[in-house]
Design a protein around this ligand. Sequence first.
Ligand code: MRU
Length: 349
Amino acid sequence: MSTVPTLHWIGDIQGHLRLIDQTRLPVELIEIDCRDVETVWEAIKTLRVRGAPAIGVAAAYGVCIGVQSVIASGETPFFEQLRKTADRLASSRPTAVNLFWAIERMKQAAERLRGRPTPEIAATLLAEARAIHEEDRQMCRAIGRHGAELLRDGQGVLTHCNAGGLATSDYGTALAVFFAAAESGKTLHVYADETRPLLQGARLTAWELQQRGIDVTLICDNMAAQVMREGRVQAVVTGADRIAANGDSANKIGTYGVAVLAAAHKIPFYIAAPSSTFDLSIQSGREIPIEQRDPREVTHGFGRQTAPDGVAVYNPAFDVTPAELIAGIICERGVIRPVNREAIAAMLG
Ligand code: MRU
C-alpha cells in the first residue's frame, strides 16, 4: 500500500504544502510542492488535488502560504492579504462546499485574534489548518465504521468517481466504508465506474483499491445498468461535494444516473460524507452551483482528439441526486435515514 500522504505540510509557518499530483496517477506517484498561493490554486483547479475534503484541507494550508510574506508587516496588511488569499482560493472551484467551509474556518480563526501580534495569528492559522486536516482524518475513520455495518460479507458494491484516501486527508468516505468492511473481515467485490471524462474511477479508485488489496473490477460508466441487472451489485456508495439541507447531494457527474439505475434495480444507494460537506444554508440541490469545465476534457481527453473540431460540448463536472433516491447518508456521527430535512437537522444538531 502507498504510504505517501495525499497532502501534508512541511515545516513551520514558513513551510510549504506537499501533495500527490493526482493527474499523474496511476502511472506515476509524484508529489509536488506548493510554495505560493497560485500554485495551490492551480493544483485545485486542474485536479492535481481533488475530492471535496482534500481541496478544503489544501485551501486551509494555502491560506497559511498566503500570509507568509506579511507576518511582520502589521495587522492591516496581514488581514488584507488574508482576505485576498481567501478570495483567490475560493475562486478555484465552485461546487464542493468543503473548500468554502475550510476557508471560512481559517478566516474566523484569524478574526478571533484581531489585536494580537500577527506572528501569533499566523501560528494559529497553521494550527487551524492542521486541525482541519486531522479532523478530516478522524471523520473518515468514523464514516468507515458506520458505513461498514450496512454491508454484508460477499456483497457486490459499486462506486462512482473517487471518494477514497486521495480525495480526503486519508482513508476516504465511500471507499472508507469498503476499507472498514474489509478490515472487519467482510469480503466485498467492488465495481468502479471509470467516471468520464477525467477517469477518477479508473485512475484513482481502481488504483487505491488495488493498493489495499480489495477485489475491484473496473467498468465503463455505461455498463452500470447491465452489471446491476446481472445481480452483481447489492449496494452503491459514493461521496458528495455538497449536501443541501433537504439531503439533495451533488457529486461527480454521472452519480445521479447511477442513483436512478440503483432505484430501478431496487439497490440501496448511499452517500458517504463528513459534516463539512453539508451546506445547511441552502434548502435544496437547485441552489448548488455546478462547475462547468473545459470542453477539451471531453474532446481531447488524455492527449488524443476524440471528437471533430468545433463540435459543441456540454461539460458539467457534477450533478445532483435528489434526496428521495438516497437510502442513507453515512456521516461521522452515524447514518442519516430516511434522508430528509428533519433527520439531517437531528443528526447534525
Ligand atoms: O472533480 P473531483 O474529482 O474533485 O470530484 C470528486 C467527487 O465528486 C467526489 O466523489 C467527492 O468530492 C467526494 S470525495 C470524498
